[in-house]
Ligand binder design. Structure first.
Ligand SMILES: Nc1ncnc2c1ncn2[C@@H]1O[C@H](COP(=O)(O)OP(=O)(O)OP(=O)(O)O)[C@@H](O)[C@H]1O
Ligand SMILES: Nc1nc2c(c(=O)[nH]1)N=C(CO)CN2
Length: 171
């Protein structure tokens, strides 16, 4: 069984697509570990604000199959990769942050994903659900990494209800 952490993001019809992604992941993987949902300004381009969160799950699915499944969930949710700019508005982005302690390139996926260390909208929710777990390369806990993080981006938790469950609360 591998413990996987995913980063989810959307800045088009955000509540609908984040809910749809959680539905698809819960249907396939069962119980999910779900962080609060955070809103932040688009980083790297001018655009509508994003919602982001981190989801943890346990699976026996191999990394390559998992990556394909996530691309399919994105595609089913109207994500189009049409050769446009890398940083642009998107209905749904699902990135694999870690797969157990795997390092480097495997099946076209680079692990751990750099954005853990460079984006508050990834590190804050990850530190929320896995504060004591170690970053596989840095060998520091996500809680400590978040404490030391230079808080350059504004982000804030938002109310979010999924399947009648309040999964985050304004703080
Ligand atoms: N850690 C990872 N998680 C998900 N996909 C990855 C990862 N590392 C490499 N990839 C590969 O990179 C390709 C492009 O995905 P990626 O998510 O990097 O681009 P993008 O979604 O267009 O941009 P971004 O998510 O950075 O805005 C995917 O086809 C995927 O196979
Ligand atoms: N706030 C925020 N900004 C972004 C995001 C994102 O998920 N959240 N994703 C991007 C492309 O991967 C580019 N910019």
């Amino acid at each position: 069984m591998a413990r996987v952490y995913l980063s989810l993001g959307s800045n088009i019809d955000r509540y609908r697509y984040i809910s749809a992604a959680l539905d698809a992941l819960a249907q396939r993987f069962g119980e999910l570990i779900i962080s609060s949902v955070y809103e932040s300004e688009a980083v790297g381009f001018e655009g509508d604000n994003f919602l982001n969160l981190v989801v943890g799950l346990d699976t026996t699915m191999e990394l390559g199959a998992l990556a394909s499944l996530l691309r399919k969930i994105e595609h089913d949710n109207d994500r189009r990769r049409d050769g446009g700019p890398r940083f642009s508005a998107r209905t749904l982005d699902i990135d694999i942050l870690t797969y157990d302690d795997l390092l480097g390139w495997h099946d076209g996926v680079e692990l751990p994903r750099d954005e853990i260390l460079t984006n508050a909208f990834v590190l804050w929710p990850l530190a929320e659900v896995a504060a004591d777990e170690l970053h596989p390369e840095q060998k520091k806990s996500y809680g400590d990494l978040w404490q030391a993080y230079d808080r350059d981006q504004l982000l804030w938790p938002v109310d979010f209800t999924w399947q009648e469950r309040q999964i985050s609360r304004r703080q």
